[in-house]
Design a protein around this ligand. Structure first.
Ligand code: FAD
Ligand code: FES
Length: 289
């Protein structure tokens, strides 16, 4: 379903610029309007500065209605995000948002599995925090993967993760504090993380669920395309509903240029959909990889 909410254009003052290993940053800006309505899975179109004319899409990592702030997490991969990483507290950037449909919570589902990879972690983490705040008793587990050190405080988890080897015990601090059982994966061999793909411990956990539990569970995922393809395959094999947030290069982000279109399956027909306004979240079974 396309987003029909208001998209704001704001000049946002940088509140904090946090630097992490491997060119990763978390930028917190004051954006009074979009912070009131931004939902997990939606994104902002951000003016990065430097010599980049086109804005860059960035998912919300968090938004706070009370503080009037929004947060982004990104890794410098090209000139846009490199320029953005140079901004300092007190600087101003233009942000347009919230854009896109965001993750939709199916009312019939009681349990959620979150899967995030690399710079796809922000919307999934945001979804976990919002779900937990809205319904403290929701069944929620999370799996995150990264090939560079996680740009978050990590700790040993005291929360059980059925099916997953006990030696895999590292989690993200914020998830632990919220009571969300979470496990991390990496090919880089980090302490307490699963050595391999994020879908492997997720599969081990799903194997512990009964058929009726599976029918009440939905997966939300965002990450590199290869990870999304593996998550879609996992969901199909395990017969779970699954929603994926896609990434495409964007020129306008408001549905006008058709530069971000992807082929999806809808009502048994192939259709071209714009990732910016018709997505970025789609049902996994709609997507062609
Ligand atoms: C909805 C959405 C949410 C996003 N959220 C985040 C986020 O939270 N954090 C984050 O770090 N990133 C996020 N991204 C990705 C980010 O917007 C892009 O990586 C952006 O292009 C980076 O800009 P850049 O100038 O730094 O790098 P670019 O110069 O745009 O290059 C980025 C990478 O894409 C490749 N590339 C460049 N042009 C093309 C092309 N035409 N086709 C294929 N590949 C190309 C480059 O080789 C490079 O590897 C998101 C993207 C979308 C669509
Ligand atoms: S970026 Fe222009 S239509 Fe999506």
């Amino acid at each position: 379903m396309a987003n029909t909410g208001i998209i704001f254009e704001e000049t946002a003052e940088v509140v904090e610029q946090l630097k992490f290993e491997a060119g990763q940053f978390v930028t917190i800006v004051k954006a009074e309007k979009s912070s009131q309505t931004a939902k997990p899975g939606q994104f902002a179109f951000v003016e990065c500065g430097g010599n980049t004319l086109l804005r860059r899409p960035l998912s919300y990592l968090r938004s706070s209605k009370e503080k009037g702030t929004i947060e982004f997490m990104y890794k410098t991969v090209g000139p846009g995000l490199e320029a953005l990483s140079q901004i300092k507290p007190g600087d101003e950037i233009k942000v347009m948002g919230p854009i896109g449909n965001g993750f939709i919570y199916p009312s019939s589902k009681k349990s959620v599995i979150l899967i995030g990879g690399g710079v796809g972690i922000p919307p999934v983490l945001f979804m976990g925090e919002e779900l937990k705040k809205a319904n403290h008793d929701i069944g929620l587990v999370a799996f995150f993967g990264s090939e560079v050190p996680f740009p978050f405080q990590t700790c040993k988890s005291s929360l059980a993760m059925p099916g997953v080897n006990d030696s895999i015990d590292t989690t993200i601090d914020d998830m632990e504090k919220l009571g969300v059982s979470c496990r991390l994966s990496s090919q880089a061999g980090y302490d307490g993380c699963h050595l391999g793909f994020v879908t492997e411990p997720a599969n081990d956990f799903i194997d512990t669920l009964s058929d009726s539990q599976k029918s009440e569970t939905v997966i939300y995922a965002c990450g590199p395309e290869s990870m999304l393809e593996a998550v879609a395959q996992l969901a199909k094999e395990q017969q779970l509903d699954c929603m994926l947030s896609l990434e495409e290069h964007m020129a306008c982000a408001i549905g006008g240029c058709a530069g971000c279109t992807v082929k999806v399956l809808e009502d048994d027909h192939e259709k071209m959909k714009r990732v910016c306004v018709d997505g970025p979240v789609f049902n996994a079974e709609q997507i062609y990889f």
